[in-house]
Design a protein around this ligand. Structure first.
Ligand SMILES: Nc1ncnc2c1ncn2[C@@H]1O[C@H](COP(=O)(O)OP(=O)(O)OP(=O)(O)O)[C@@H](O)[C@H]1O
Length: 270
């Protein structure tokens, strides 16, 4: 069964003809006896960059965990490529905000990326080239021998991203991945992730508190209302790509969408 798209003013369904990769149908999730999410219907196209915004505690992370297969909906279904997501999948990678906890401190940067290749059974002799390529791709080409504690926060987050890319994921689920970083590093990583995604065609489900980040990165932004969490706004982002930190953020469309989402959050949280 196809999930229904919300027909809200200014909304944009996935591009015509684009293949649906992730589909949520009437998803309800209760934790304990408390309803956390209700009536979530969502289709995410292959290659789409979808951003999820909403106030603290409205269920963004819970939704991401359901797509990751880390929790099961109480009712309704989450499907990837037409198959119900009943457990974590090898082709779905999760990038967490807390890079410190996500990385193994006793392994070098090289060793941390190697972990993903060990897990997916890549033969030892093929690993070196792949790891070196990935480290170079995220700007850590010279840092392979360093341990996470010897890397800056931005570098550690790049390393977590490199490790996820080693899975060659079809989908990247990102939960406030840049939330703990300073503004300059955050912007640099935003541009790096856009480039990586454009070059690999990866589908991205990106949770953020930051409305500007959502508009800057996304093809589409979904805003959740709280108690219980449900979709309250959905808007396409028609800013040209590649995005530019100066010109995109000054674009009238950017300012209009930022305002629209800001007004929504104010009203939803009131
Ligand atoms: N295991 C759990 N058992 C019971 N309630 C939970 C559990 N995990 C999360 N919750 C509750 O579910 C609600 C949604 O949490 P979630 O982390 O998904 O929200 P969020 O929108 O990601 O919040 P934030 O932006 O603050 O990270 C919160 O009220 C939280 O307290």
């Amino acid at each position: 069964m196809q999930a229904q798209m919300l027909d809200l003013p200014g909304s944009r369904n996935k591009p015509d003809g684009a293949k649906t990769l992730i589909s949520l149908s009437d998803v309800h999730i209760s934790l304990g006896r408390r309803p956390i999410l209700t009536g979530i219907n969502l289709e995410i196209a292959k290659g789409e960059f979808l951003c999820i915004v909403g106030g603290s505690g409205c269920g963004k992370t819970t939704l991401l965990r359901a797509v990751a297969g880390l929790i099961q909906p109480t009712s309704g279904s989450v499907k990837i490529d037409g198959k119900a997501v009943l457990e974590p999948r090898q082709d779905v990678a999760v990038v967490f905000q807390d890079y410190g906890k996500a990385l193994l401190p006793w392994r070098t940067a090289y060793g941390n990326v190697e972990l993903a290749l060990e897990a997916n059974g890549t033969p030892r002799e093929r690993r070196k080239t792949i790891i070196e390529d990935l480290l170079a791709k995220v700007g850590l080409g010279e840092q392979g021998a360093k341990y996470p504690s010897e890397l800056s926060g931005g570098m550690q987050q790049r390393l977590q991203i490199a490790r996820c890319l080693a899975q060659s994921p079809a989908v990247m689920l990102m939960d406030e991945p840049f939330g703990a970083l300073d503004a300059m590093t955050r912007q640099a990583l935003q541009d790096e992730i856009l480039e990586l995604v454009a070059s690999t065609g990866t589908t991205v489900f990106f949770v953020t508190h930051d409305l500007e980040e959502a508009v800057y990165l996304g093809d589409r932004v979904i805003g959740l209302r709280p108690n219980p969490g449900r979709v309250g706004i959905e808007t396409g982002v028609s800013l040209a790509r590649p995005r530019n930190q100066l010109t995109s953020r000054e674009d009238a469309e950017f300012l209009r969408l930022r305002r629209k989402l800001f007004d929504f959050i104010q009203e939803a949280e009131a």
